[in-house]
Design a protein around this ligand. Sequence first.
Ligand code: AMP
Ligand code: GLY
Length: 425
Amino acid sequence: MDILLIGSGGREHALAWGLAASPLCETLHCAPGNPGTGSVGRNVDLDISDHAAVRAFCKEKNIGLVVVGPEAPLVAGLVDDLRAGGFACFGPTKRAARLEGSKGFTKDICARYGIPTAAYAVFKTVEPALAYVREKGAPIVIKADGLAAGKGVIVAMTMKEAEDAVAFMFEGGLGPAGSQVVIEEFLDGEEASFFAICDGENALPLASAQDHKRAFDGDTGPNTGGMGAYSPAPVMTPAIEARVMREIIEPTMRAMREAGAPYTGVLYAGLMITAQGPKLIEYNARFGDPEAQVLVPRLKSDLAKLLLAAARRQLAGATVEWRAETALTIVMAARGYPGQFAKGEEIGGVDEAGAREDVFVFHAGTKRLGRRLLSNGGRVLAVTALGRDIAQAQSRAYEAILAIDWPGGFCRSDIGWRALERNDG
Ligand code: AMP
Ligand code: GLY
C-alpha cells in the first residue's frame, strides 16, 4: 500500500523512516517533506492547505493511509476532509484537535471527568486577575489564553513577578493573545511527556519522553520548540504510567466520545509528576518534535501497522514492542534561534555522522542545492543515538555531532542532564 505523510520537520523524517521500513509500505509519499524524508520516500509538491488537492492526490495514488504530523493541518480539518473522501487517516478531527487548540475545552473536560490538573481561573480584565493572584499567592502561573508562540506562559515565583505578568498581558504585551488570561495553580515536580495511540475507542500506551525546552545549557534562555529529548523518562515508572492511563488518558477518551468527537491519533500528554501523582499540564494532538526522534528509533513494532490499526479503529488487543535501549536526541539549531537566524549555510558531515553505529541524523530545516546540503530553518537537524543507558546514548550522540561541520549551528551540551543526575544520585 502507498502511504502519504504530511509535514516537513524532524518529527516527519523520523516518522517517514519508521513508515518506510514497514513491510506494508510500498511507496511513501511526503508532502511537502524535506531532504531527510526524500531519502526514505518521495517528496511531493502538494499544497497541504488545499484539501481538495490532497484528496485528489490520495485518489490518484490509491493511498491506503494518511499520517498527519503537525498540528496546523489537524486544526484546519484535513483529517475530516480526507475521511469524508473515504481515506484512512491517522490524526484527530478538527473537533478532537481542540484538546490541543483550546485550553478552556481541555480544562472543562478535566473538571467534569475528575482528571488531575492545576486549578485555574480565566480573566478578561486586570483588577479581578490581580485580586485572584493576591488571594492565591506565589508561586503561580500566568498564561495568555491564545496562541503566543511559546511565550505565553510566565511561571511567577514571587508576588511581584505575578503582578507584573498580569499587568504585562493586559497591557497588550503579547498582543491579542493576552486579552484573556488564565491564572493557574503552580505544580511542583518533574515534567515528563507521555504518548498514547488512540482509535476513538481504545488508547494504547506508547512511551514516555523528556524534552528540553530552553535554548541554552542549564535550562536557561528563551523557550524553543525543543532542543533535545530522551526516552524513556526515568521519572515515569510503570506505576506512574498506569496511573496516567487510568486517571488522565482513559477518562479523556471517554470525554471525547461523549462529546461526539472521538479521539483518533496520538495523544501527547504534558505532565507534571508531583508528590500527589501525575497531573496534566496540557495536551497536544500530535507527536512531539523532537520527541518523535527518540520514540520511533526505539520502536520494534511495525509503525505503519500500528497507525493503520488506529486509523481503522482496530486497536483493540494491539500491543507494542520496544527495543531495550534508551534513545537520546540533540537538536542542532541555527545560531540565533529562536530569534533571528541565517539560512542557506552549507552543512557537511551529515552522512558520516549518520553512518555511526546506532546513530540517526534526522533532517528538520534543511534543503538540497545540487549535492550541497544547506540550513533552511531554526531547528535544522536532530542527532539521535541509542545506548544501553542514558550515558551511552548521550556520549554516542555527542560524538556523532563532532562529525557535523556547520560553524553557524549550535546545540546544548547538556541534553539528558536530569536523567543522568538521577542515576548518579
Ligand atoms: P505550556 O506552554 O502550557 O506547555 O507551558 C510551558 C511550560 O510552563 C511548561 O512546560 C511548564 O514547564 C511550565 N508550566 C505550565 N503550567 C504550569 C503549572 N501549572 N505549574 C508549573 N509549571 C507550569
Ligand atoms: N517538543 C514539544 C512539542 O512538540 O510540542
